[in-house]
Design a protein around this ligand. Structure first.
Ligand code: ADP
Ligand code: MG
Length: 475
């Protein structure tokens, strides 16, 4: 494909991002690729059928408009599902194509696709409409450390509760950054809960929830879908931050209420606390905060070491000669700080390397193999409340001053600094930041950001002050 096409695509993506906001963009478009541009047709691909149907029904015209703003020749967008990494026992799926002509979808060509095959023990769960489970993600392989003790205990409690036990906390809401074990814990609950046979546990990704719901509406079996959901004892929903759209969220809220009122357990995982689910309505957020909200912190070095050790142990079931000396484990635990996925990646490379070359794993080899996984200290997730608190303290004003409409100089500057920090240290969009600062308009936030950006160039004292605040917030 011509480089010029990729350039155009980069620009169109930027426009799209500006158009829909960072959150929506990263939920739906981050994994969209340009496949080609021929004649008047732009061919784009996404990794899942769900993403395709969601983008087609909600954003087809937007995407087309963004292209047309860049290139007036473009008349249609064609969206395909790329056959991505496939589970080993799944037949290669042919590409599906459903053309979007001037924003209209040719529905006749949007037909079903073969479902992937699954291991037999997961099939029961799948038949209920649940998302596929990874057999490795169980309580046995979950390593407990300081950052996840509470979440683990709560998860265990949920998994082992009897049908007749009173529900202790509902919903159980677990939040943590990427790769810190949310999915692992949720799938552990599902495996363990279903193994006891006490209560049926259904694990759904947010995508599956939406896809089930959206397609149920299309085929008019919404009632059946709801009935099926209500027939289960524990509903587990992963990555709830991806639930988008008013009707999906409304349905989610109904389901939540129905289950909780009927004494069924709900477990939710998200990358942020309920109060930060910006697109959700207040009543949904408060319902989500109404049970037990637990945060899992970063994996400390000790925990990383233990996870690596248990991983090596598990790998040896299939590769008995695989051995990683303790100094290598310590080295990886110390340097690969990012998250659980990178730890797994690091070990996979050592395993592959030692299998392919027949050499034993040494520190030197490890240093070479995992070099690109070593990152500078992972920046902390900064919350807007923390920014407001720290800035208020620094300038000796109250947090409510920052949110108020007061326009005296001693409040205006700290407020601008706080908005600037919110924009630079979080992924929140301008409108969201405005909302969190007493319901201000996004243009006010933009003005504040530009103002401070302009000032730090010239005012060394202010620049240092801001660096100091950033350090405080990221420590
Ligand atoms: P999340 O859903 O929070 O993004 P995952 O649950 O997918 O993260 O975890 C990422 C990887 O790290 C997985 O391979 C998981 O097994 C591993 N992992 C994370 N925390 C732990 C833990 N406490 N014990 C064992 N493995 C863990
Ligand atoms: Mg996850």
């Amino acid at each position: 494909m011509a480089n010029a096409d990729q350039d155009s695509w980069s620009r169109v993506k930027e426009r799209l991002r500006a158009d829909v906001g960072d959150d929506v963009y990263s939920s739906w478009f981050a994994r969209m690729d340009l496949e080609g541009l021929e004649d008047k047709t732009v061919r784009l691909s996404v990794p899942t059928r769900f993403l395709k149907s969601w983008i087609q029904s909600h954003y087809a015209e937007r995407v087309l408009a963004c292209w047309q703003a860049h290139d007036t020749n473009v008349a249609r967008i064609e969206l395909t599902v790329r056959s991505a990494v496939l589970r080993s026992n799944v037949a290669v799926k042919p590409r599906e194509t459903a053309p979007v002509v001037n924003g209209h979808i040719d529905a006749g060509r949007m037909n079903g696709h073969a479902r992937p095959l699954l291991p037999a023990d997961a099939a029961g769960h799948e038949a209920l409409g649940g998302s596929p489970l990874d057999p490795r993600l169980t309580f046995d392989s979950f390593v407990i450390g300081r950052s996840n003790t509470l979440a683990h205990a709560a998860a265990k409690q949920v998994a082992s509760a009897k049908r007749t036990d009173p529900v202790m906390f509902n919903p159980l809401y677990i939040h943590a950054g990427v790769g810190l074990g949310k999915t692992h814990l949720l799938q552990s609950i599902t495996w363990a809960g279903n193994a006891t046979g006490e209560r049926k546990v259904l694990y759904l990704t947010a995508e599956k929830f939406m896809y089930g719901f959206v397609s149920a509406i299309r085929t008019q079996t919404a009632i059946a879908f709801k009935e099926a959901l209500r027939g289960i004892g524990v509903l587990v929903i992963d990555d709830v931050q991806f639930l988008q759209g008013k009707s999906t969220q409304a349905e989610f809220c109904h389901t939540l209420n129905a289950l909780i009122d009927a004494g069924r357990q709900v477990v939710i995982a998200s990358d942020r606390p309920p109060s930060d689910l910006e697109t959700f309505e207040d009543r949904v957020r408060s319902r989500l905060s109404g049970g037990l909200v637990v945060e899992m912190g970063g994996l400390g070095e000790e925990l990383r070491f233990e996870i690596l050790k248990s991983r090596v142990h598990a790998a040896r079931a299939h590769h008995p000669t695989f051995d990683v000396p303790q100094p290598v484990l310590s080295y990886i635990a110390k340097t690969v700080t990012h998250n659980g996925r990178d730890l797994e990646g690091a070990l996979n490379r050592l395993l592959a390397h030692s299998k392919l070359t027949g050499h034993a794993v040494t520190l030197e080899m490890a240093e070479r193999e995992v070099r690109d996984l070593i990152r500078p200290q992972e920046p902390k997730r900064v919350k807007i409340e923390d920014i407001q608190r720290v800035v208020a303290r620094q300038y000796n004003v109250s947090r409510s001053d920052l949110l108020s409409s007061r326009r005296t100089a001693n409040v205006v500057r700290p407020r601008q600094v706080a908005m600037y920090l919110a924009k630079t240290l979080t992924l929140r969009s301008l409108p969201e930041i405005g909302r969190r600062f007493g319901g201000r308009d996004h243009t006010t936030v933009l003005h504040a950001v530009r103002k401070i950006e302009g000032l730090v160039g010239a005012d060394v004292a202010l620049a240092e002050e801001i660096e100091g605040l950033k350090r405080q917030l990221q420590e």
